[in-house]
Design a protein around this ligand. Structure first.
Ligand SMILES: [Zn+2]
Length: 411
């Protein structure tokens, strides 16, 4: 079995961390100068590892093996949140690089083609999973039209400033691949809580978003009697409360929902609000609870609108993401490798966070591997994992990659 080089792996992870480092964290949002610097650094590493490397028109860094046969694709993303951790995405990117090298150094696996990738803008500065969507053909011109970041910079300007205007965009050739495997930090506490070292992802949760708008009548908070008010905020609070009462009745074990953003207008102490809006988001690994939530929302809104007063509308606030199941064949190889290197210390688990593998799985069989996050912390400068866990996870991935490729190329 191929042996990864732990020092080389950790050294490359730390070098990548240094590009855009701020304290213990990393600031490398998609298309920023630091992000592009990291992508050029990675392209060089791919070339040194013998891959044909390029940065495509949306900023994906792609390393293509020159070897023949069914190829395995591995990688993740190297862009970060505005104030991100050092391992979110970077871990899977450097793992893939190390797997390419480790397999090339082993007599039994050196003939197998492994391609490596770092997707662009997974973290949604402009458009979540921009790079993997573009690669699979799921990015339409419509979706790009007029897209800006939170500061008003257009995607078009960011592409131009990064030197990517007119650069060809790569397209995934599904026939080339036996699969895609993405390694990632867990970004939650499950593995640490259960003292497990490896998580083999069963599926990636689906996600829906609904925006509620409440239209009432703005008025004086002293002279407008309660009976005649059309208070938009009161309707918002009532709906939010009833959602929190009704959802648990139809939720599955790991269904989650969040009302993380509300707005009340004019947001003044002595004014009855005439307008309010609120975003509701919910996630689960299967469709049934998501559909049940939508039905609950429809019923509650209809009930409240039937009373008159404040008019409530509910519209989708984003394109829904369907739950995706990871490929059983690839999962079996990850599980076998996990059992070899961490006997009894791995588990199957769903991913509550979305990942590029959720996009790629629509085109080729895909799977994911998690390693523990210290304290379950992510999307924060404090994000970290133990060196031993980082090294173990990469060895499991290399082992699984060798087994996947041996099987795919034996046929
Ligand atoms: Zn990530």
């Amino acid at each position: 079995m191929p042996q990864i080089n732990a020092d080389r792996l950790l050294s490359d992870l730390r070098t990548l961390r240094s590009i855009g480092a701020q304290g213990t964290g990393v600031v490398r949002p998609a298309f920023s100068p630091k992000d592009m610097e990291a992508r050029r650094w990675l392209k060089q590493r791919y070339e040194e590892a013998g891959l044909e490397a390029s940065i495509d028109g949306v900023g994906n860094v792609y390393g293509r093996s020159r070897r023949r046969g069914k190829a395995l694709l591995s990688g993740s993303h190297s862009d970060t949140q505005p104030t991100g951790g050092w391992l979110d995405g970077a871990l899977g990117v450097v793992y893939a690089l190390e797997v390419v090298r480790a397999l090339a150094e082993d007599e039994a696996t050196k003939a197998f083609p492994v391609d490596a990738v770092s997707f662009q803008d997974e973290e949604s500065r402009f458009l979540g999973c921009l790079g993997s969507r573009s690669l699979t053909g799921a990015l339409t011109a419509d979706m790009e039209q007029g897209v800006t970041d939170s500061g008003g910079v257009t995607l078009e300007a960011a592409l131009r400033d990064a030197g990517l205007a007119g650069v060809p965009r790569l397209r995934l050739d599904p026939a080339r691949y036996c699969g895609f495997v993405e390694a990632h930090i867990e970004q939650g506490p499950t593995l640490e809580d259960t003292a497990h070292k490896i998580g083999v992802v069963s599926g990636i949760v689906g996600l829906r978003g609904i925006r509620f708008e409440f239209r009432g009548q703005q008025n004086h908070a002293g002279t407008t009697m309660m009976k005649t008010r059309r208070d938009a905020s009161a309707a918002l609070y009532e709906l939010a409360h009833r959602i929190n009462q009704e959802f648990p009745k139809v939720a599955a074990e790991r269904t989650v929902w969040t009302m993380g953003r509300v707005r009340v207008e004019p947001n003044a102490t002595s004014i009855v609000p005439g307008y309010a809006d609120m975003d509701l988001q919910f996630r689960d690994q299967s469709e049934a609870p998501l559909k049940a939530f939508e039905a609950v929302v429809e019923r509650l809104v209809a009930e409240m609108n039937a009373r008159g007063g404040v008019k409530i509308t509910a519209t989708p606030s984003r394109a829904p993401i369907a739950p995706t199941q990871m490929d059983p064949g690839l999962r079996a190889h990850l599980e076998a490798a996990a059992e070899r290197h961490a006997p009894g210390k791995w588990q199957r688990m769903p991913s509550g966070a979305f990942h590029d593998a959720g996009i790629i799985s629509a085109s080729i069989p895909s799977a994911m591997l998690f390693i523990p996050s210290i304290g379950g912390i992510s999307h924060d400068f404090a994000e970290d994992s133990r060196d031993g866990d980082i090294v173990l996870g990469c060895q499991v991935l290399a082992d699984a990659a060798a087994a996947i490729l041996a099987e795919a190329n034996a046929r």
